[in-house]
Design a protein. Structure first.
Length: 560
């Protein structure tokens, strides 16, 4: 590579920042270049270099023809990519939960999305910087549907198409797709960052166009790298300023600019596959040993992590082909990690520390997730999670018990989705929620957003009827103070549980008042136990209970 530099495309913007659905038509290069020019021209009005929410709402709704909900969604998604600030997240949750109307909520959003803190003592708001925000909007094109490709390939749209490998068709995870996209669109990405005087009349670069140092800093949102295999990950701008690279990327110390054509050529020559991405994790990642793994078969299971070889980079954990097993993990390995659960069948997975793809007839329990949980192409999955955001794509007959401060996103291809309140706990749950900035309010589990047209069918989702609602117990022990579901349950669901408890009490009283003899009590107990065993077998719960044996050694380890 030129100057001894190796560059790669960062995982986080694509993995955490992309909506896995085609973007609105006006988020293409032409209108984004217009947006860039508009923001720069109105810098005196507060549109540049930072973009407050009221200004972005005006641009998005007035110029890009997005609805208010879409504008806020992209604003939120970008802010979730900024360095995490749990204190700021909790302060915003408190303010949002106190809003009694949409008008009041919009006023609070405007305060939170302005350069001035909304109230004394609040942390300063995190505002999008215009240039990286434009790059964030541009890369949404990764999921743009190619009509030409559909004509020469498989049927379109095809949200449930089968993939030949673990990489599959999940573009958010596929680092090869990320690299190909950036290389293919590199001129557009660079032109988006150019100052107006560096553009031609048609808003394109010229042979003499210069790229500012600030623009290269913004491009660092997508690209990072290292030099001479030093093992240290560096931001793009630091590498671009290295003296041996100047002749390759056209950097001028006098003007602190880069020649457009040379910079593009240098980037192309240095860009390679992400050494910390999914491909590298599968090829060279360390196989994980799980604290609790009993029952089932491990012949096909693949569980790998790249954390031992990633200095200062968020770890990646990939679980694939877990079949008829119960797995549990709560440790530093999962802290802040990107987790992918892929092709798991008839299993029970407890991750107390996430993309869930092509899993069937399984139960997945997640601890608090600071970012987004994506669920794609799953059948008969039950998911219990506290997360910042939940998105669903091409799922069938799945049930989601959720506590989330944002509206769940229902994308294309979903059928018979059931949404229900989060209904379990473990001793460290509230401590873990505080660590990642998640509160009990607001909780929008029952207010999903239908993002794609084919999800507009009323059959795409339902709220789980209270009559079908049952509590869930996490079958492991650990230290901690949480003894009940954080935030409690909605009244309708709590009422059903109370009625069931009353029926149990009436049954126990009836048995007690029956005055059975010792022999009768013994026969009656055997009858009840036999019926209970039949129910365990019929419902499939016997498999989970069997996989938890022996509980003594494993249950305590699961907390470590």
């Amino acid at each position: 590579a030129a100057g001894g530099v190796r560059l790669w495309v960062r995982t986080e913007p694509f993995l955490e920042g992309l909506l896995p659905s085609p973007p609105p038509s006006r988020l293409g290069p032409h209108y984004l270049r217009k947006t860039a020019a508009y923001a720069r021209a109105r810098a005196s009005d507060g549109c540049f270099p930072l973009l407050p929410w009221p200004r972005w709402r005006h641009v998005a709704c007035g110029k890009l023809r997005l609805c208010g909900g879409q504008a806020w969604l992209y604003f939120q998604l970008y802010r979730s990519l900024l360095p995490p600030e749990p204190r700021s997240s909790l302060a915003w949750a408190e303010a949002e939960a106190a809003c009694a109307s949409e008008e009041e909520l919009e006023r609070e959003r405007s305060k939170a999305g302005s350069p001035v803190p909304s109230r004394r003592g609040s942390p300063p708001p995190r505002l999008p910087a215009v240039l990286p925000f434009l790059l964030f909007l541009y890369i949404q094109q990764l999921h743009k549907v190619s009509l030409r490709r559909s004509l020469v390939g498989e049927e379109w749209p095809n949200p449930r198409s089968k993939a030949p490998s673990l990489a599959g068709n999940n573009k958010n995870w596929n680092d090869q797709e990320h690299l190909a996209f950036v290389l293919s669109h590199l001129p557009d990405l660079l032109e988006l960052l150019l100052e107006p005087e560096q553009l031609s009349a048609s808003s394109h670069s010229t042979p003499s166009s210069l790229v500012s140092y600030e623009a290269v800093c913004a491009l660092g949102f997508l690209i990072e790298g290292t030099v001479n295999k030093s093992g240290r990950v560096c931001p793009l701008q630091e590498l671009a300023l290295l003296q041996p690279c100047h002749s390759h990327n056209g950097y001028s110390e006098a003007s602190r600019t880069f020649l457009f054509s040379k910079l593009e050529s240098w980037l192309r020559s240095c860009l390679t596959t992400n050494p910390f991405g999914m491909t590298a994790c599968l090829r060279a990642g360390k196989k994980l040993a799980w604290a609790q793994q009993v029952g089932g078969t491990t012949r096909r299971a693949k569980i790998a992590c790249n954390s031992p070889v990633v200095p200062g980079v968020l770890p990646m954990v990939i679980m694939s082909q877990v079949y008829k097993q119960t797995l549990a993990k709560s440790s530093d390995t999962l802290l802040g990690a990107h987790v992918r659960i892929h092709r798991c069948n008839e299993s029970f997975i407890y991750l107390l520390s996430v993309t869930i793809e092509k899993c069937r007839s399984s139960t997945v329990v997640l601890g608090p997730v600071q970012g987004c949980v994506h669920v794609q192409a799953c059948d008969s999955l039950r998911l219990l999670v506290v997360c910042h955001r939940l998105s669903l794509s091409a799922t069938t007959a799945c049930t989601f018990h959720v506590l989330t401060p944002t509206q769940p996103l229902i994308l294309s291809g979903n059928r018979a989705v059931s949404l229900a309140p989060f209904h379990t706990h473990y001793p460290m749950l509230e401590d873990h929620m505080a660590q990642v900035g998640l509160a009990t309010l607001p909780n929008y589990w029952d207010r999903p957003v239908l993002v794609c047209g084919d999800s507009g069918d009323a059959a795409a989702f339902r709220l789980l009827p209270p009559s079908d609602f049952y509590t869930f117990v996490i079958p492991f022990e650990m230290e901690g103070d949480t003894t009940e579901t954080p935030g409690g349950l909605p009244q309708a669901y709590q009422r059903v549980l109370r009625q069931r408890e009353q029926k149990v009490q009436l049954w126990q009283r009836a048995v007690k008042e029956a005055a059975l003899t010792k022999d009768q009590r013994k026969k009656f107990q055997m009858l009840v136990e036999n019926k209970f065993y039949e129910w365990l077998v019929e419902t499939g719960n016997k498999q989970q209970l069997d996989s938890l044996v022996p509980p003594a050694a494993g249950s305590q380890q699961a907390a470590g």
